[in-house]
Design a protein around this ligand. Structure first.
Ligand code: CO8
Length: 259
């Protein structure tokens, strides 16, 4: 695994674990950190030994947003022509394997948006989510206005985006932003367990299940069901479908080969 300066990337069993390591700035997402995150995600996605990926920060902060000090002097023409927050910030959306955000502490602005780009958010009891951009004279720029409303509905999204307030883990669980809340000290272990469970199944089915669920964001119900049906049918062309069903009939554990 490559060495990075602002993140750590390691494999734990069949799970790729990426840990933000920029404590001096509460893991603010500067250019270097974002580049390293993208590189590590691509490396894990193409590693046949990895079946799922966990992204986490420290106990104090998942990520306190885009780096304000790096952004503050940028001009309109510069951000426009560079396409600031362009595709590089969204590499996580191109990953085929499941990506779990394990969030403790602050997940603010771009940090909250990054967590929402992941497939699942698992929160520690001390997690705090928010889109405080309004306090800086800007608005969310990495999908916050679009993904938050889909996750929590209009009133809550407007409340968070227009007041810039933070919501705690209990509120985030009540409004379905996160799948569940766990103690801070077991956050990473629980996320790895979740990833390991996913990685134990046939990769083609895991990848297609993720793709089908994500398609629901962008399709009508009729198109989405049609898309799901096509993927479902295609899995009957895999060896793992034969193995999974034979193993059930023979009352044994399946030995998936990702084929
Ligand atoms: N950028 C740069 N530095 C930061 C950031 C940040 N977002 N957040 C914290 N830091 C730095 C602080 O400046 C401080 O550095 P120093 O010690 O050198 O002064 C250090 O981290 C510790 O921070 P605090 O002393 O402020 O710690 P506190 O515990 O008192 O407060 C808070 C924690 C409440 C999280 C506070 O730091 C804060 O409000 N941070 C800013 C949060 C914010 O506004 N985030 C949104 C940024 S804008 C954005 O994300 C736009 C999205 C664009 C898309 C991104 C795509 C992924």
């Amino acid at each position: 695994m490559a060495e990075y300066g602002m993140i750590k990337a390691e494999t734990r069993g069949k799970v790729g674990l990426i840990t933000f390591d920029r404590p001096s700035a509460l893991n603010a997402l500067c250019d270097q950190l974002t580049t390293e995150l993208g590189d590590a995600l691509k490396a894990f996605d193409s590693d046949p030994g990895v079946g799922a990926i966990v992204i986490t920060g420290s106990e104090k902060a998942f990520a306190a947003g885009a780096d304000i000090k790096e952004m503050k002097d940028r001009t309109y023409p510069a951000v426009h022509f560079e396409d600031f927050i362009g595709t590089k910030w969204e590499t996580v959306l191109t990953v085929k394997k499941p990506v779990i955000a394990a969030v403790a502490g602050f997940a603010l602005g771009g940090g909250c948006e990054l967590a929402m780009m992941c497939d699942i958010i698992l929160a520690a009891e001390n997690a705090k989510f928010g889109q405080p951009e309004i306090k800086l004279g800007i608005i969310p720029g990495a999908g916050g206005t679009q993904r938050l409303i889909r996750a929590v509905g209009k009133s809550k999204a407007m409340d968070l985006i227009l007041t810039g307030r933070m919501m705690d883990a209990a509120e985030a669980e009540r409004c379905n932003l996160v799948t569940r809340v766990v103690p801070v000290e077991s956050l990473v272990e629980e996320a790895l367990k979740m990833g390991e469970a996913m990685a134990s199944f046939s990769l083609p089915s895991v990848v297609m299940a993720k793709e089908a669920v994500n398609a629901a964001y962008e399709m009508t119900l009729r198109e989405g069901v049609r898309f799901e049906r096509r993927l479902f049918h295609s899995l009957f062309a895999t060896e793992d479908q034969k193995e999974g069903m034979a193993a059930f009939a023979e009352k044994r554990k399946p030995a998936f080969r990702n084929a």
